[in-house]
Design a protein around this ligand. Structure first.
Ligand SMILES: [Zn+2]
Length: 71
């Protein structure tokens, strides 16, 4: 399974779950609250644009705990 990024149009297979508050600042233009799909590269590029120096903790969500993206 893969998703199509609404930022760059490329297919991606690794879904990054980020805090809702952050998502609302970087989501694709015109998407409703909580909606939209972005690949990891686009997410990070957009965070870079709105952030000063920052760091995040990345961890894997077990497949049985992950929810299918419906943004
Ligand atoms: Zn992208």
């Amino acid at each position: 399974m893969s998703c199509t990024c609404q930022g760059c149009g490329k297919q991606y297979k690794v879904d990054l779950v980020i805090p809702d508050e952050l998502w609302e600042q970087i989501k694709p233009n015109g998407k409703p609250v909580g909606a939209g799909l972005l690949c990891g590269a686009c997410i990070m590029n957009r965070i870079e644009k709105i952030s000063d120096y920052d760091y995040w903790y990345l961890r894997k969500i077990p497949p049985n705990k992950a929810t299918k993206p419906d943004r």
